[in-house]
Design a protein around this ligand. Structure first.
Ligand code: NAD
Length: 266
């Protein structure tokens, strides 16, 4: 499923992922939402580039199958990131070293505009997409400051760039991710830390649109989604995310990078 129910064809289907050997050698990268979709592709790429991944997700089964695939460089942490004990579980698994944090876990809304959105939808979307991201980042930053280096990549969305890609809760949450990214980029610019965001367009992953999708919102969004050039693969996104997470992006701080085949240029 993608954010766009009427998604067009796959973009760049002929592209072949090429790992950069040793790019993450000796490094520990925390990836949230690693059991599925974009997070799984990021974890896979980091391990292929010789890093150690602390993979966090709600899904114990998903993490188990990923660990079987990737071997001992994958440290699974089953946790609900909206719970207060989640950050400590991640820190314990990281064992004193976090070079990069990919804040990827996120959930969609049901396309509700403001006159339809329920408190439950708003609170759930903000709990996962905003609050959990802030809490884990708050727990990890002191470790990075102590080390004098660190890179954080936050997943925003096309919905973090404009008002026409989702309902109000998801749109506001992904704009909040942009704000958190820029504030942290400014605050820690002289501490050796970098904070960037990636804004995917439509990506073929397991992300779910709740069954009670708003007809009003869906009809409005369909008029803009027709301009979407195509759907990306999770590996396409991992390529941009791993660049920003790695030392290759040494002088990139506070950027919001669309990886959307040009959708945001429309
Ligand atoms: P996905 O549903 O395939 O994977 C998300 C993972 O996050 C799942 O494994 C899920 O179990 C986990 N997760 C959700 N809530 C959690 C919680 N409270 N604690 C721990 N883990 C939790 O989704 P995806 O498409 O790979 O999305 C990844 C990120 O990319 C999200 O932030 C999403 O908003 C963003 N994004 C996706 C698309 C798209 O079209 N797929 C587009 C724009 C942005």
């Amino acid at each position: 499923m993608t954010e766009n129910p009427a998604a067009p064809a796959m973009l760049n289907a002929e592209w072949v992922e090429k790992a950069t050997p040793e790019r993450f050698a000796g490094q520990t990268v925390v990836v949230t939402g690693a059991a599925s979709g974009i997070g799984r592709a990021v974890a896979t790429r980091v391990v292929a580039e010789d890093g150690r991944v602390v993979a966090v997700d709600l899904s114990e089964d998903g993490l188990k199958s990923l660990a079987e695939e990737l071997g001992e460089n994958l440290v699974p942490v089953t946790a609900d990131l909206t719970r207060e004990d989640a950050s400590q579980k991640v820190l314990d698994a990281a064992d004193g070293r976090i070079d990069a944090l990919v804040n990827n876990a996120g959930i969609m809304d049901n396309f509700s505009p403001v006159h339809e959105v329920t408190d439950a939808t708003w609170q759930r979307v903000f709990a996962v997409n905003v609050e959990a991201m802030m809490r884990l980042t708050r727990a990890v930053v002191p470790l990075m400051m102590e080390a004098g280096h660190g890179s954080v990549v936050n997943l925003t969305s096309e919905a973090g760039l404009r008002g026409s890609a989702a309902g109000i809760a998801y749109t506001a949450s992904k704009h909040a991710v942009v704000g958190m990214t820029r504030n942290c980029a400014f605050m820690y610019a002289t501490s050796g830390l970098r904070f960037n965001a990636v804004a995917p367009g439509g990506v073929a992953t397991g992300i779910e649109i709740p069954k009670d999708a708003s007809q009003f919102g869906g009809a409005r969004l369909a008029t803009v989604q027709a301009n979407m050039p195509g759907v990306a693969s999770a590996a396409h996104l991992a390529s941009a995310i791993c660049f920003l997470a790695s030392d290759d992006a040494v002088n990139v701080n506070g950027a919001v990078l669309p990886s959307d085949g040009g959708w945001s240029a429309v």
